[in-house]
Design a protein around this ligand. Structure first.
Ligand SMILES: O=C(O)CCC(=O)C(=O)O
Length: 274
């Protein structure tokens, strides 16, 4: 039987992903929305010790971020292990295997004044490689003003962008000599991809694609769950400080494939030919 993803992930989508570092996938996870919303609401009500809250003014809506809860939240775990996300990721990345890296929950309550600044994800992570994908999955409808913005082709920049703390915009690492400055995207004639999206849609982007999102000036909460996956060429890479998320006990060295007991191989599944 032909799987649904065989039809949904066309050659055009794959080449757009490779070329632009970002694509929108319409309705790809519709069947999973009730479960992911339950998981997200549980996550918001029970943030882990890694959770961050941005914005210091108590009058503002909360901007909550949390990480790496997929093993604790049954709905997230079910999605990681039993949805088509591994198959879709393999096709977009052009990778034989897919390892699950981590989940990231983002909730901007109504009136959240804190925007998500332009950034690449890769410099915050303990990995390097080209075959990467994050699925940014909105759980509430978003117009273009409240959606993700991605800079076309920025995954091909020659160096990684210097990461900063989202709250203070200070450099994230003490030693940041190996990074380049963020280009002046708002004034620079860059092509920005953004789409109005509905629950069930996903925006897939490379860990090196520069992206950001506006504050939530609307009246409704904006919940998003991002699932991050890596392919064949991704290897452990020691950063000059704690990463986000941080894996202090990972015990890996530069060049290792990520340990499979923490980062399961979700594609091929045991049903597929290895
Ligand atoms: O939704 C947002 O505000 C930003 C999302 C983001 O940076 C990510 O998923 O990597």
């Amino acid at each position: 039987m032909l799987r649904t993803v065989t039809h949904a992930i066309t050659n055009q989508i794959i080449s757009d992903y490779q070329e632009n570092g970002v694509v929108v996938l319409r309705g790809i996870f519709s069947d999973w929305m009730p479960a992911l919303c339950r998981g997200a609401d549980y996550n918001a009500a029970h943030p882990s010790s890694s959770a961050l809250i941005h914005g210091s003014n108590a009058d503002q809506g909360r901007f909550l971020e949390d990480f790496c809860n997929w093993q604790l939240i049954p709905e997230f775990r079910d999605f990681v292990l039993n949805s088509d996300i591994g198959d879709i990721a393999a096709r977009l990345m052009g990778s034989r295997t897919v390892q699950f890296f981590h989940d990231h929950y983002l909730q901007k309550d109504a009136g959240t004044a804190t925007a998500t600044p332009w950034h690449q994800d890769m410099p915050y992570y303990c990995v390097r490689g080209e075959q990467t994908v994050s699925f940014w999955i909105p759980l509430d409808p978003r117009n273009r003003n409240a959606s993700l913005n991605c800079v076309t082709g920025s995954h091909r920049l020659p160096k990684e962008i210097r990461p900063t703390s989202w709250s203070t915009l200070d450099s994230f690492y003490e030693d940041d000599a190996n990074f380049m400055d963020l280009p002046d995207i708002d004034n620079g004639g860059y092509d920005i991809k953004t789409w109005a999206v509905d629950p069930g849609d996903a925006i897939a982007f490379n860990f090196k694609t520069i992206h950001g999102a506006k504050a939530n000036i609307g009246q409704a909460v904006n919940r998003t769950v991002s699932f991050r996956l890596v392919g064949d060429d991704v290897r452990y890479f020691q950063r000059p400080g704690r990463t986000s998320p941080n894996f202090p006990d990972i015990k890996q060295k530069n060049g290792d494939r990520l340990r499979e007991d923490w980062f399961p191989v979700i594609w091929p599944t045991s049903d597929e030919e290895k």
